[in-house]
Design a protein around this ligand. Structure first.
Ligand code: FE2
Length: 670
């Protein structure tokens, strides 16, 4: 627009000159010349008036609609407008909406406007889910049902561990889950801990922290190359994902017709450090170093250890049992991101004027979040909801125990600080940690954008400190006396004092909603979490008391698909609540399809234009903001290209595209 004005002026000048020439060639009378001079004067005056008006307009546009409060040219109007909104939002408890939600410790939207927003968003989400379920049914059921009937006219198509290969292959390529061809791969199993399921892996610092000895691990020397377990630990090469503490804390309870186990999985870096390198820097391991599984220990039903060198059926079952719980626990961990961002959104509504540069980004990042939370509670954890029907943990236990557990332990410094989180778990340097790589690249791009965006407002050294709305926003979330509004670890007014710190805050919010949420949910569910037989959503039978008693088919039929049940057992299991009445074939397929539809609903939902690559938080602002947004888009596209190229070359494990910026929404949806 700065360029546009001189262009307009030049056009006016050219037009005027052309008028002059035309007039001179067609008239010779003085009167006419006088008239022409008057016309020229009039035109010049008009052009000058337009010029002045445009200058004022452009000056206003350059300044923009947004401002921090101390720089607002109309503070009275700003305060009045905020008074129409802020008093009508409240932090309220979840049980004010539903007494059954009494254990949830974060905030639901209260006040007249908070309630209205929840009602409006809930209706929107319900409508979107209806469409998405219908789409999912259309995409999945016909080809999977047809493939099943091709295998067996009576629908007995889930008898073997490789049965699902045929079913998934029947889907159109764009709908096939990333992990389905790697269901029996130990490398893929380990790699999930540094790609699609990265939240819990932690370095083991003391060999005594491993709940078994190397003598308990069948084929230990063959697996590790004979390096003693204590040496592996000392070299920083051993990692653990331990679900037993959740069980010990009493927050896990099996869903109907599912058997509960809370295993401990131990992994190690298979490959030597480079010659002469320090063992405390894992990045110095050879490029061929891979994270691989060492063993899985049961803790609830039994206490034996299963390794990759035990009979295939036992090892496959152990991995499936581990994955089954991993998926459910992660889904609830992810749900705590939704509830935390609800607090952030309420604080923004109560403290930030619409003109504040942080208000619009938060509003966009939290779009429809209240509706998502309540729809999730209704559909997933209510009696007979998806947890009871399709998943491994009971809806009541999730609602009363596990979700509150993650709320109580929520810490913004862990949830929103990638490097701090990874460092605390000692996993910063794991080779091939693609979640780390992709998430960090996008974080850096978002930070660069945030800093440019906010620099237009926080121009003076004391701008941040004097921003009363920002101070109020931070105080609302860090006041320990307001227990439901309080967000542990959220930056206080003492933590946010300059442009870098407020830029980091905005980056963290955008990163949690636009990146971390999708690392833990969304496309992950269908591509990894629900890929049978390696990721069953329920374990259907008690685990064997010892190893060596099962065949692969028994694992599949009795524990994973249910195809091994007799008709009487199947009826007594009563596990076919999913409304798939159009299916006329065996119930195990109905159970499988129900889990797939539950996972696939994300696909249609996520095809919305509010993408991270379309970020433009400042659409009321001027050229500099647009330049920053375009620069971010270009950087995100460059990151996307690198990820897509990397995964195109990946042929021995599921493609990890969950953090491809081209597919990431801007908000934590859904
Ligand atoms: Fe979500």
């Amino acid at each position: 627009m700065r360029v546009l004005f001189p262009l307009l002026a030049a056009l006016v000048a050219v037009a005027t000159a052309r008028d002059d020439l035309a007039t001179a060639s067609t008239t010779s009378t003085t009167k006419t010349r006088r008239t022409t001079k008057d016309t020229k004067r009039s035109l010049r005056r008009k052009a000058q008036d337009e010029n002045n008006a445009n200058r004022e307009l452009f000056a206003l546009d350059k300044k923009g609609f947004l401002s921090i409060p101390q720089d607002d040219p109309n503070p009275v109007g700003r305060a009045r407008r905020l008074s129409y909104r802020a008093p009508f939002w409240e932090f309220t408890s979840y049980d004010s909406y539903n007494p059954e939600l009494v254990n949830l410790t974060m905030a639901a939207p209260g006040g007249i406007l908070g309630q209205a927003a929840l009602g409006e968003q809930s209706a929107t989400i319900a409508g979107q889910l209806d469409v998405s379920v219908a789409t999912s049914l259309g995409v999945l059921v016909p080809p999977l049902q047809a493939a099943c009937l091709t295998i067996s006219e009576t629908g007995e198509c889930l008898e073997h561990l490789d049965s699902y290969l045929h079913l998934y292959s029947a889907l159109a390529p764009e709908y096939q889950p990333a992990a389905f061809q790697f269901y029996d791969s130990d490398y893929a199993f380990a790699r999930e801990r540094i790609t699609s399921s990265p939240a819990f892996i932690t370095r083991v610092n003391r060999v005594g922290d491993i709940p078994f000895t190397q003598a308990n691990v069948t084929g230990y020397n063959a697996i590790t190359g004979g390096v003693p377990l204590a040496d592996l630990v000392a070299q920083g090469r051993v990692f653990i994902v331990d679900f037993y503490p959740f069980y010990q804390d009493g927050v896990l309870e099996a869903a109907p017709h599912s058997v509960l186990e809370a295993p401990t999985a131990v992994f190690f870096l298979d490959g030597p450090p480079k010659k002469g390198s320090s063992i405390d820097n894992l990045s110095k391991f050879a490029a061929t170093t891979r994270l691989m599984p060492l063993a899985i220990k049961y803790n609830v039903q039994h206490s034996y250890v299963v390794s990759p060198k035990d009979p295939h059926a036992d090892w496959f079952l152990a991995k499936a049992v581990f994955n089954c719980l991993d998926s459910d626990v992660n889904s609830i961990l992810h749900f705590a991101l939704h509830s935390a961002i609800a607090n952030v959104a309420i604080a923004a509504q109560k403290n930030l004027a619409s003109e504040h540069p942080l208000f619009r980004p938060i509003e966009l990042a939290a779009a429809e979040n209240f509706g998502i939370i309540f729809a999730g509670l209704e559909l997933l954890v209510s009696p007979g909801g998806s947890f009871d029907t399709d998943l491994s943990l009971s809806g009541s236990s999730v609602k009363n125990s596990l979700f509150p557990y993650f709320m109580q332990r929520f810490d913004w410094r862990v949830a929103a600080n990638l490097s701090g989180d990874l460092a605390a778990r000692g996993v910063t340097d794991i080779p091939g940690f693609l979640y780390r790589d992709d998430a960090a690249a996008i974080y850096n791009a978002l930070y660069a954008y945030s800093e440019i965006y906010l620099a237009a407002f926080y121009k003076k050294p004391d701008s941040v400190m004097k921003d009363a709305e920002l101070q109020g926003f931070l105080a609302a979330l860090t006041n320990t006396s307001d227990s439901i509004a309080f967000l542990k670890g959220f930056p206080t007014t003492a933590d946010v004092t300059n442009i870098k710190e407020v830029s980091a805050l905005l980056t963290q919010i955008l990163w949690v909603t636009g990146v971390k949420h999708h690392a833990l949910n969304s496309y992950r569910s269908f591509n990894f979490d629900s890929v049978f037989p390696s990721h069953p959503r329920k374990i259907l039978a008690p685990l064997p008391p010892r190893k060596g008693t099962l065949s692969d088919d028994e694992v599949q039929q009795d524990y994973i698909s249910g195809a091994g049940f007799t008709a009487a057992e199947a009826t007594s299991q009563d596990r076919y609540t999913p409304d798939l009445t159009t299916l006329e074939i065996a119930n195990p397929l109905a159970l499988f399809l129900s889990t797939q539809i539950l996972a696939f609903v994300f696909y249609p939902l996520l095809q919305k234009p509010s993408r991270l690559t379309n970020i433009y938080l400042s659409d009321t602002e001027g050229l500099l903001m647009a330049v920053a947004a375009v620069a971010l888009r270009q950087e995100l596209r460059a990151i996307s290209a690198r990820i897509v190229k990397r995964e195109a070359a990946n042929i021995d494990s599921p493609r990890y595209l969950l953090l491809d910026p081209a597919t990431l929404p801007l908000n934590l949806y859904v």
